[in-house]
Ligand binder design. Structure first.
Ligand code: NAD
Length: 313
C-alpha cells in the first residue's frame, strides 16, 4: 500500500507561504510543516502563530527551519520572492525570482531525497522549467501550481452565471499562468453538457465569453490593485495539489510542467490538465481543443519560451 511522506516544507513564508501553511495546518494533511525564509524571524513568527492552533487542529509539528530541514520532506513548496506590484506583469518578476530560486535550489540539492518540488512563485511556468533543469529530477517531480487557481476562477465565474455549484462544473484554463492564458470554452461542461447548451436548457441567457475571459485573466491585477497581493485562493489551490499527492488521488489538475510534444509544443513548461498523485504529475492530457484554442496555446508557449531564453536556459 502507498505510504505517504507527510512532511511538507514551505520556502518563503510571506503572504502566500504563510497562507499555504495555514491551509495545510487546517487541512490535517501534514504531519510536519517546516517554514523557511531568509527573514528567519518572519518564519518563526508565522510558525509560532500557527502552532498555537494545536488544540483546534489535527496533530502537526510546525516550526521554522533551514534548507537542511527540507531534505526529507515529501513536498517542498517554493513561494519565496517578489510579488506583483500594481501594473507589473508576472513575467516582470522573472530576473529577481529566478535568482532567489537558483540560490534556494543550490542549498536544497545537497543530499538525496524523494521530494516533489511544487513551485508557486511567479512567473510560475518559467520558474518551474528552471527548477526542473537545475535539479535534474524527473519532470513529474518538479511542477508548478500553474493555472489551478485560474481554472477555479473560471469555474467560479461560470457558477455565478449559471447558478450551479463550481464543483459540478468542469472547465480548464491552460497555458501560461498569466496574460496569455487560454480558457478552454470547448471543454467547459456542466452535468455532462456544454455550458452553452446548459444555459439553453435552464432558460438563462448565454454566457458572455468576453466578460468571463476578462474577469478570469485580470483577476490577479484586480485584487493586487485593491489589496496589494493575492494569497488566499492560491493557498487553497496549493493545498488541493498537496492533497492529491499525499492521498494519491489521481486528480486531474491544470498544474504547470514540462511539455514535450503535446500540441506540437516542446521544451517548455506550461499548464495542461494532468493526473496528480503520489508520484507527482503525470504526462499532460492531450485533449481535443478547437483550432483557435490550439493556436492560442501555442502563442502562450512561444511567450514562455522567450522568457526562458531571458534566463539563458
Ligand atoms: P511576500 O513578499 O509576501 O513574501 C515573499 C517571501 O519570500 C518573504 O517573506 C521573503 O522574506 C521571502 N524570501 C525572499 N528571498 C528569499 C530567499 N532567498 N529564501 C527564502 N525566502 C526568501 O510575497 P507573496 O505575496 O507571498 O508572493 C510570493 C510569490 O508567490 C510571488 O512570486 C508571487 O507573485 C507568487 N504568487 C503566485 C501565485 C500563483 O498562482 N502561482 C499567486 C499569488 C502569488
Amino acid at each position: 500500500m502507498y505510504k505517504s511522506n507527510r512532511k511538507i516544507a514551505v520556502v518563503g513564508a510571506g503572504s502566500v507561504g504563510a497562507s499555504v501553511a495555514y491551509a495545510l495546518a487546517v487541512s490535517g494533511l501534514a504531519s510536519e510543516l517546516v517554514l523557511v525564509d531568509v527573514n528567519f524571524a518572519k518564519a518563526e513568527g508565522e510558525a509560532m502563530d500557527l502552532a498555537h492552533a494545536a488544540a483546534f487542529i489535527k496533530p502537526v509539528n510546525i516550526y521554522a527551519g533551514t534548507f537542511d530541514d527540507c531534505r526529507d520532506a515529501g513536498i517542498v513548496i517554493f513561494s519565496a520572492g517578489a510579488n506583483q506590484k500594481p501594473g507589473e506583469t508576472r513575467l516582470d518578476l522573472l530576473q529577481k525570482n529566478y535568482a532567489i530560486l537558483r540560490e534556494s535550489l543550490s542549498k536544497l540539492r545537497h543530499g538525496s531525497n524523494d521530494s516533489i518540488f511544487l513551485i508557486v512563485s511567479n512567473p510560475v511556468d518559467v520558474l518551474t522549467y528552471a527548477a526542473w533543469k537545475i535539479t535534474g529530477l524527473p519532470p513529474g517531480r518538479v511542477f508548478g501550481s500553474g493555472t489551478v487557481l485560474d481554472s477555479s476562477r473560471f469555474r467560479h465565474s461560470l457558477s455565478r452565471h449559471c447558478g450551479v455549484a463550481p464543483r459540478n462544473i468542469h472547465a480548464y484554463v491552460v497555458g501560461e499562468h498569466g496574460d496569455s492564458e487560454v480558457l478552454l470554452w470547448s471543454l467547459a461542461y456542466i452535468a455532462g453538457i456544454s455550458v452553452g447548451r446548459y444555459c439553453e436548457l435552464a432558460g438563462i441567457p448565454p454566457v458572455s465569453r468576453q466578460e468571463v475571459d476578462g474577469r478570469v485573466r485580470n483577476a490577479g491585477y484586480e485584487i493586487v490593485s485593491r489589496k496589494g497581493a493575492t494569497y488566499y485562493a492560491v493557498s487553497l489551490a496549493v493545498k488541493r495539489i498537496c492533497e492529491s499527492i499525499i492521498r494519491d488521488e489521481n486528480t486531474i489538475l491544470t498544474v504547470s510542467g514540462l511539455v514535450s510534444g503535446a500540441y506540437g509544443i516542446g521544451d517548455c513548461s506550461l499548464s495542461l490538465p494532468a493526473v496528480v498523485n503520489s508520484k507527482g504529475r503525470g504526462s499532460p492530457l492531450e485533449l481535443p481543443l478547437s483550432g483557435e484554442e490550439e493556436e492560442a496555446l501555442r502563442r502562450s508557449a512561444k511567450i514562455l519560451k522567450a522568457a526562458i531564453k531571458q534566463i539563458n536556459m
